[in-house]
Design a protein around this ligand. Structure first.
Ligand SMILES: CC(C)(COP(=O)(O)OP(=O)(O)OC[C@H]1O[C@@H](n2cnc3c(N)ncnc32)[C@H](O)[C@@H]1OP(=O)(O)O)[C@@H](O)C(=O)NCCC(=O)NCCS
Length: 153
């Protein structure tokens, strides 16, 4: 099997990312809905967002959207992420490669001290992925929980 590769999204990845997000958002009973890009340029023009994609054999198989309320280079303390790997490509390390890249990016390119994701109750795959990288549950409501990682520099 070809290796998973991770890189920042470019304009040409727009349709693939949109397709994965839209397919994912058809299952709101199982997962929280995720960001769907509205234009190719929106993938990389925002100061408070970075999108990474995972490819296998040059096919886009997943993405991770890093975002914050303030621009990353400003006084931004918390960065949130959403991640989706195409169901046909799960359990083969793509999620881990994406999250690893995102943590490295936050550590080296932002001043954020907290990395967070909201995960719906019963979403075992996302919980296992977060646990693997040292995230812990911080707060919860009836639908799901926030999982946090304190960034160490
Ligand atoms: C969460 C998600 C991105 C994981 O992607 P993935 O490519 O399957 O992740 P990996 O293969 O790197 O797996 C990471 C770890 O979690 C475990 N894992 C993943 N899915 C699992 C599942 N359904 N049940 C049990 N363990 C699971 C893997 O075994 C692996 O552990 P290991 O490395 O110790 O063996 C994927 O399941 C997904 O897209 N889910 C739907 C989207 C979603 O819910 N996003 C969360 C909103 S932020």
């Amino acid at each position: 099997m070809e290796k998973v590769r991770v890189r920042c999204a470019v304009e040409g990845d727009f349709s693939a990312i949109k397709g994965i997000a839209e397919k994912h958002n058809l299952t709101p009973h199982r997962y929280f809905t995720v960001y769907t890009p509205d234009s190719p340029k929106s993938l990389f023009e925002k100061e408070n967002q970075v999108i990474f994609i995972a490819t296998r054999a040059s096919i886009v198989i997943g993405f991770l959207n890093l975002h914050s309320e303030k621009a990353f280079k400003a006084n931004c303390h918390t960065v949130e992420f959403e991640i989706v790997v195409d169901p046909d490509h799960r359990m083969n390390g793509a999620g881990s490669e994406l999250l690893n890249e995102a943590i490295q990016h936050i550590t080296s390119s932002t001043m954020a001290d907290t990395f967070v994701a909201k995960i719906k109750n019963g979403n075992i795959g996302s919980e296992r992925l977060c646990e693997k990288f040292g995230f812990a549950k911080s707060s919860k409501d009836s639908l799901g929980a926030y999982w946090e990682l304190k960034i160490k520099r």
